[in-house]
Design a protein around this ligand. Structure first.
Ligand code: HPA
Length: 276
């Protein structure tokens, strides 16, 4: 079965489990940030393993379910957990869930992640609006034959992180007195964290934060013509800056520490996108 048919089959399976529910905004919740969706109203939770063609994550801290519900009265859909290339999934599988959200007819996709801070002004616990990315993963989700029903062969990436959504996000943060950083997110394939030399290289290249996710989903959304907003939670100083070893424990701990601020920001932002 072709990707296009798979997407529609999965979307139909989701609609069958949540009849009449048409989410206006989709959000992908990164490492340690999944709890946000627990606060939705009229929730319907669908474990990934119950959805046809859906890849299920193997990483601790990634719950692996789709949560449909209402936020500020607006229908939204969240991915609690995502899959990564380093887990052994193909590029097409990594992008599949984001494509499903786009197939459900969302007006915008909000992507979030945990990231290491490269910019020396950043501190663990900071939130960063993603202004652009560096795809240094070594692969691209669009490799292979293009299906024109999904999007063009050569999608434009010059405003991949939608400027209007960015402005709206900054406005929401200001109203709630939440400090937001802005910067460029670089993806490396992982799963080993970067070396200090790699972090110096990334800083020279213009990266402010580094991680192992998000870029695939953003490229898939750009392909399908869905505007994107991105937020990184800076969970740790990148390798070689803080002179201490990096660990998933620290990443999870910091994400957990900022979860309330993060939730406050998103609870304001998502319904506002839906209303635009
Ligand atoms: N590097 C890569 N990925 C990450 C990091 C990091 O320092 N922190 C959280 N995800």
């Amino acid at each position: 079965m072709e990707l296009y048919e798979q997407l529609h089959e999965t979307a139909a399976a989701i609609r069958a489990r949540a009849p009449g529910f048409n989410p206006k905004v989709g959000i992908i919740l990164g490492s340690g940030l999944g709890g946000f969706a627990d606060g939705f109203e009229e929730k319907v939770s669908l474990p990934y393993r119950e959805l046809p063609h859906f890849p299920a994550s193997t990483v601790p801290g990634h719950a692996g379910r789709l949560v449909l519900g209402k936020l500020g009265g607006e229908p939204v859909v969240a991915m609690q957990g995502r899959v990564h290339y380093y887990e052994g999934f193909t590029p097409a599988q990594v992008a599949f869930p984001a494509r499903v959200l786009c197939t459900l007819g969302i007006k915008a996709l909000v992507v979030t992640n945990a990231a290491g801070g490269i910019n020396l002004e950043f501190a663990p616990g900071d939130l960063m609006v993603i202004t652009d990315h560096l795809n240094l993963s070594g692969w691209n989700v669009l490799t292979g034959p293009n299906d024109d029903r999904l999007g063009p062969r050569f999608p434009d990436m010059s405003a991949a992180y939608n400027p209007q959504l960015r402005a709206l996000l900054l406005e929401c943060a200001q109203r709630r007195n939440i400090a937001l950083r802005q910067g460029v997110y670089a993806i490396l394939s992982g799963p080993s964290y970067e070396t200090p030399a790699e972090i110096r290289m990334l800083r020279t290249l213009g990266a402010d934060a580094v991680g192992m996710s998000t870029v695939p989903e953003v490229i898939a959304a750009a392909h399908m013509g869905v505007p994107v907003a991105g937020i990184s939670c800076i969970t740790n100083l990148a390798a070689g800056i803080g002179h201490k070893p990096l660990s998933h424990g620290e990443v999870a701990e910091t994400a957990n520490r900022v979860k309330d601020v993060f939730a406050a920001l998103l609870s304001d932002f998502l319904p506002r996108i839906a209303k635009v």
